[in-house]
Each structure stands twice: as C-alpha cells, then as structure tokens.
Design a protein around this ligand. Structure first.
Ligand code: ADP
Ligand code: ADP
Length: 235
C-alpha cells in the first residue's frame, strides 16, 4: 500500500512576467510504500526543497497529482491542506526549533495544543513519543540542558506525537557532528522498523547508507532511484 503517490507533478516558478519560468519539478512520478525509509537527494537547485514542500503539503503542485493516504492534495482548499498537514505530517528540520522556556515534555506536546486534547492526555502522548526516541528520562529537562543530538531527538518526538503518516525530515543531521548524526539516522531506522514511513531530504551521503531507498533528483526530475544501504536486498 502506498502512503504517497506523486504522479506527473510539476512545480513552475515565475518570478515576474518577463522572467523565464523555472521548472523546479518537471514531471515527477514517485510512489512511496507505507513504512519505507527513503532519502531524497540531489545537488543544489535540483528540486529537493520543492519536493519537500509538495510532500509536506506546504505547497501544491502546478500540475499533476499528489495522493496522500489516497486523498488528492493538489485540489484541496487551503483550509483542508493545513488540516492534512497538521494531522498527517511530522516535520523535522536542521534547526531543532524547541521552545527554551518549556520542558522537553511540554515541547513535544505543542502540536497537540490546539486539538482540544486534555492536558493529562497531552502529557501521556508526549511521554509515548519521547519513549520512541529513548528520551523518556529527560522529560522534565529544559532543551538547554540537553546535547544537540538529544535536542534533535526531542524535535523528532514532537514530529511523532500526532502519529503522522509521514515523518518528513529536512537536513536533520545538518547541525550535528558525524557521530551524533549517525545516532539520529539510527533512530529513524528504528522508527522505520516499527512501521513508520520516514522521508529524509538531504545533501548528506551518510543518509544513503542508513536508509532503504535513495531517490536522486537532477534538474527537477528523478535521475536515479536505487536501493539504500539498509534495503532488504542488501541486508
Ligand atoms: P534544492 O532544494 O535542490 O536546492 P529547490 O527546490 O530549492 O532545489 O529549487 C529548484 C529550482 O527552483 C532552483 O532553480 C531554484 O532557484 C528554483 N526555485 C525554488 N523556489 C523558487 C521560488 N520560490 N521562486 C523562484 N524559483 C524558485
Ligand atoms: P536548500 O538548502 O534545500 O537547497 P534552497 O536554498 O534551495 O534550500 O531554498 C530554500 C528556500 O528558498 C526554499 O523554500 C525554496 O523554495 C526557496 N527558493 C529557492 N530558490 C529560490 C529563488 N530563486 N527564488 C525564491 N525562492 C527560492
């Protein structure tokens, strides 16, 4: 079963009437089976950010279809799009973006705040998410008391707290040293082993060794679609 189906998706930017249009995505087809751990890579300007924005429902394609859990995102209203984004996507970025005044547990519960969930239930769900990244024992700490790798794990727990269809990470290891970055990639691997779909958008070749599938973009098209270091075929 596919969690995401991208069919002939284009994204065309036109900065001004006189500027030539830029085909950031030039007709991409990509099916992501539920539970896959996939990296989307490519040189600067190849369309990675645009792809991230489409997959993450931050933007709509210019043409083509994007089915997320079977529902076409391309034709959704803005209101529906932001609802879908909140419910079905979990985002992780290079910067951890944690709120310094809140505890780790409160940070993780932030996405639940506007959903009419009781405080007790929010704490419970945050604890479950922190357990998935092996940080349950740091629940009451402030972000500043944690290492960079631990802060990124808090950000991952926050992204997981809504049980998203896709965990979408944009350069998640970008601010971390190699060893700490590897630990983050191992967390993704474990989440994937437990059935979570994980999509990582990155320049970091190290990610290719940890994931199941590597899609390489070039000039807005898929240049290569190959097995990653942890694909079933290799293991
Ligand atoms: P990457 O993330 O791989 O560097 P992007 O998706 O950011 O690639 O960009 C793909 C192409 O689309 C580039 O040529 C870029 O300059 C162009 N582009 C991206 N966003 C915009 C925008 N908002 N307006 C105009 N051009 C854009
Ligand atoms: P990355 O580090 O992923 O390559 P970029 O620097 O290409 O990121 O893009 C960062 C953001 O700026 C993206 O959201 C992208 O859509 C936007 N962007 C990229 N190129 C342009 C451009 N030429 N004009 C306007 N916005 C752009």
């Amino acid at each position: 079963e596919a969690v995401a189906e991208i069919q002939q998706v284009t994204k065309v930017y036109q900065k001004s009437k006189l500027a030539p249009p830029v085909h950031a995505l030039a007709g991409v087809d990509l099916v992501i089976p539920r539970g896959q751990y996939i990296a989307i890579m490519g040189p600067s300007g190849s369309g990675k950010s645009t792809m991230m924005n489409i997959i993450g429902c931050l933007d709509r394609p210019t043409s083509g279809k994007y089915l997320l859990d079977g529902e076409d995102v391309a034709t959704m209203s803005d209101e529906r799009l932001s609802k879908v984004r909140g419910k079905r996507l979990g985002f992780v970025f290079q910067a951890f973006n944690l709120i310094p005044q809140l505890s780790v547990q409160e940070n993780v519960a932030v996405p639940l705040f506007y959903q009419g969930i009781s405080p007790a239930r929010r704490r419970e769900l945050a604890a479950v998410a922190l357990d998935k990244v092996q940080l349950a024992e740091r629940m009451d700490h402030r972000p500043s008391e944690l290492s960079g790798g631990q802060q990124q794990r808090v950000a991952i727990a926050r992204a997981l707290v809504n049980e998203p269809s896709i965990l979408l990470a944009d350069e998640p290891t970008g601010a971390l040293d190699t060893k700490t970055g590897d630990a983050i990639l191992e967390i993704f691997e474990e989440l994937h082993n437990n059935g979570q779909t994980v999509v990582v958008i990155t320049h970091d070749e190290e990610v290719a060794h940890h994931c199941e599938r590597v899609v390489r973009l070039r000039d807005g098209l898929i240049d290569r679609d190959e097995a990653g270091g942890k694909s079933a075929a290799v293991a």
